[in-house]
Design a protein around this ligand. Structure first.
Ligand code: NAD
Length: 240
C-alpha cells in the first residue's frame, strides 16, 4: 500500500475484542486502510480509550461494549454498528480468552468461559452478521484462531480445544458462505506479545507483535474477489 492509498474506502469493519492487543492493532490497520471501524469489548473503559486513540488518527470509529458470549449483547451490537456506520463488509472475530493448566485440574466454569468466548462467541457474532452479507453477496469473516488450534501442548487442553473447534467452525462456514461471495478465513498466530497471558519462559523480543496479525488480516481483505486464503499460519522468524 503506498502512502495515501485507501483500499478499504467506503467499507465497514467490525472487530471484536478491540480494546487492546491484537484486536486493537487490527482495528487500527483496517481504519488506516480507509474502513469505518466498529469496536467492541466487555470493558467499556478500555474500549473508550482505544476508540479515542483511533479517532485521533482520523479513523471513523463506533464503539459499543458487548459480551460476545451473550446473544442479546451481540444483536444489540450489530444493530448499533448498522445504524452508526452502515452494513458490515468485514467481520473480525478476535475476542478470546486463555486459561491454561492441565484440563483435569481446571473447573467446569473454566471450560464454559473459554468455550463460550472463543467458540460460541464466534458463532453468535457471525450468525448476526451473515444474513446481510448473504443478501449483499459479499463480505469477509476472519476468525482469529491460534497455532494452539493445530498443535497440542501440556497445559493447553481447554484453550486448544476451543481453537481447534474454531478451525472446524471456520472451515464449515467457509463452505456454507463461499457461494454467496463471502470469504471466511482463519488466522493462526503463534505467541503474540500482548497482555493475554504471562507467556512464561518466552523471549518477548522474539514474539510476534499484534501488527503482524493485523498485516495478515490486511492481506486477506485485499485479495481479488475470485479467491481466498482459507488459513494463515503465522510464526515469528526466531523461536521465542
Ligand atoms: P488480549 O487479552 O490482549 O485482548 C483480548 C480482547 O478480547 C480484549 O479486548 C477483551 O476485552 C476482549 N474480550 C475477551 N472476552 C470477551 C467477551 N466475552 N466479549 C467481548 N470481548 C471480549 O488478547 P490478545 O492477545 O489480543 O488475543 C486476541 C485473540 O488472539 C484471542 O482470540 C486469542 O486467543 C488470539 N491469540 C492470541 C495469541 C497470543 O499469544 N496473544 C496467540 C494466538 C492467538
Amino acid at each position: 500500500m503506498t502512502a495515501g492509498e485507501k483500499p478499504l474506502d467506503g467499507q465497514v469493519a467490525l472487530v471484536t475484542g478491540a480494546s487492546r492487543g491484537i484486536g486493537r492493532a487490527i482495528a487500527a490497520r483496517l481504519g488506516r486502510m480507509g474502513a469505518r471501524v466498529a469496536l467492541c469489548s466487555r470493558n467499556a473503559q478500555g474500549l473508550e480509550a482505544a476508540a479515542t486513540a483511533l479517532r485521533r488518527e482520523g479513523i471513523e470509529i463506533f464503539a459499543q461494549a458487548a459480551d460476545v458470549t451473550r446473544a442479546a449483547d451481540v444483536d444489540a451490537l450489530v444493530r448499533g454498528v448498522r445504524a452508526a456506520l452502515g452494513e458490515i463488509d468485514i467481520l473480525v472475530n478476535n475476542a478470546g480468552i486463555g486459561i491454561f493448566g492441565p484440563a483435569h485440574e481446571l473447573s467446569e466454569q473454566d471450560w464454559d468461559r473459554i468455550l463460550d468466548t472463543n467458540l460460541k462467541g464466534v458463532f453468535l457474532v457471525s450468525r448476526a452478521v451473515a444474513p446481510e452479507m448473504i443478501r449483499r453477496r459479499t463480505g469477509h469473516i476472519i476468525n482469529i484462531s491460534s497455532l494452539a488450534g493445530k498443535n497440542a501442548f501440556a497445559g493447553g487442553g481447554i484453550y486448544c480445544a476451543s481453537k481447534w473447534g474454531l478451525l472446524g467452525l471456520t472451515g464449515c462456514m467457509a463452505e456454507d458462505l463461499r457461494g454467496y461471495g463471502i470469504r471466511v478465513s482463519a488466522v493462526c498466530p503463534g505467541t503474540v506479545e500482548t497482555d493475554f497471558s504471562p507467556h512464561a519462559g518466552k523471549d518477548s523480543k522474539k514474539m510476534l507483535q499484534p501488527d503482524d496479525v493485523a498485516h495478515a488480516v490486511a492481506m486477506l481483505v485485499t485479495q481479488a474477489p475470485q479467491s481466498f486464503i482459507s488459513e494463515v499460519h503465522l510464526r515469528p522468524t526466531q523461536k521465542p
